[in-house]
Design a protein around this ligand. Structure first.
Ligand code: ADP
Ligand code: ILO
Length: 343
């Protein structure tokens, strides 16, 4: 493939960092699992409205294609992969935060998820059909060994009725289908085979299998008790870590297919109703920027807000511990609530 064409309105990290010279330098490189530059950048080339535009195919992508990926990582996370090291801290005793909305007036629900991938396999964009099925089998077998609050059932996507699937998506428990960014990255190959969802009866603990990452481990519940949600997640991750080896790098933390998820691979969010502040978007954005928070719509990434309800979460995931990221989110949410009350 020649150097890709990016339309002039394109602002993705990919088009800003991939110069023709860099393309020439990297175009013939291939990881041991056979992943190439063209595969790495495919999503951003097909979707010029991408914000990032790249997906790694395996652990080695992060070293082989570092001349392109490092600057993207540095810009997104404010973390220099050449000189810094990621530190993890998921100890709930270190968190020490109060519910920012004890009267239950603003926060509808809290959700914290981490992405994980198995050390011995390529990442999703480069996972062969047979490997995906093995990952599904390994992960679902492991999930079946969890007990107590984490005990639940695995539901393969192929076995879910259309009605149940739609309801799970509508209720914010399940991933959507047909995301065009993931499609171009090769993450939707052989869909729906090999994908599924595990959850406990209360749907407070869930695991997505073989979506963007091989595991998305999720803790969620109504209201704003962020500490309780984090404690459950931490417990679940500790249990799973005893049974599975996750891809981890000293510099980059937990390895994920999208570089925005590296490090903690954690997104801690609240669904929060801010009808007044949402009429003053400049102020809303200013508070979020100050606390490095990201605003998403009510149905997740690339969706719109409805009825003044927003998904507010930590933006950085690398170079910050899990505890720090949750604290940062809680502090920002507290300020958003103050602003809403004041208006
Ligand atoms: P991810 O968080 O895994 O990166 P998305 O942004 O697509 O992916 O969100 C996945 C789903 O989780 C969506 O249905 C979204 O509405 C839901 N969700 C996110 N945060 C919350 C929350 N705090 N409460 C309830 N549902 C949430
Ligand atoms: N590839 C998409 C999404 C980037 C960040 N979101 C993730 C990891 N789901 C883009 O470049 O806009």
């Amino acid at each position: 493939m020649p150097y890709p064409h990016f339309p002039k309105e394109c602002t993705s990290a990919l088009c800003r960092h991939l110069t023709p010279e860099l393309y020439e330098e990297l175009r013939d490189k291939k990881t041991r699992y056979g992943y190439t530059l063209d595969q790495l950048i495919r999503s951003g080339v097909d979707n010029p409205d991408s914000s990032i535009g790249v997906y790694a195919g395996d652990e080695e992508s992060y070293t082989l294609f570092a001349p392109l990926l490092d600057p993207i990582i540095r810009e997104y996370h404010r973390f220099d992969p050449r000189t810094q090291r990621h530190v993890s801290d998921m100890d709930p005793d270190h968190l020490q935060i109060d519910n920012p909305d004890p009267e239950n007036a603003y926060i509808l629900s809290t959700r914290i998820r981490v992405g994980r991938n198995l050390h011995c396999f390529p990442l999703g964009p480069n996972l062969a059909r047979r490997e995906r099925l093995i990952v599904e089998c390994m992960v679902s077998d492991t999930l079946r060994t969890l007990d107590g609050e984490l005990a639940g059932r695995y539901y393969p996507l192929t076995g879910l009725s259309e009605e149940d699937r739609k309801q799970l998506i509508e209720d914010h428990f399940l991933f959507k289908e047909g995301d065009r960014f993931l499609e171009s990255a090769g993450l939707n190959r052989d869909w729906p085979e090999g994908r599924g969802i595990y959850h406990n009866d209360d749907k407070t603990f869930l695991v997505w299998v073989n979506e963007e990452d091989q595991l998305r481990i999720i803790s969620m519940q109504p209201g704003g008790d962020i500490a309780q949600v984090f404690t459950r997640l931490s417990h679940a991750v500790t249990e799973l870590q005893k049974r599975l080896t996750f891809a981890f790098d000293e510099r980059l933390g937990y390895l994920t297919s999208c570089p925005t998820n590296l490090g903690t691979a954690m997104r801690a969010s609240v669904h929060i109703r801010l009808p007044k502040l949402s009429k003053e978007m400049e102020r809303f954005h200013a508070i979020c920027d100050r606390h490095e928070l990201q605003i998403r719509g009510i149905h997740g990434e690339h969706s719109e807000s409805e009825e003044g309800i927003f998904d507010v979460s930590n933006r950085r995931r690398l170079g910050i511990t899990e505890v720090e990221a949750v604290r940062q989110m809680a502090a920002g949410v507290r300020e958003l609530i103050e602003a809403e009350k004041e208006i």
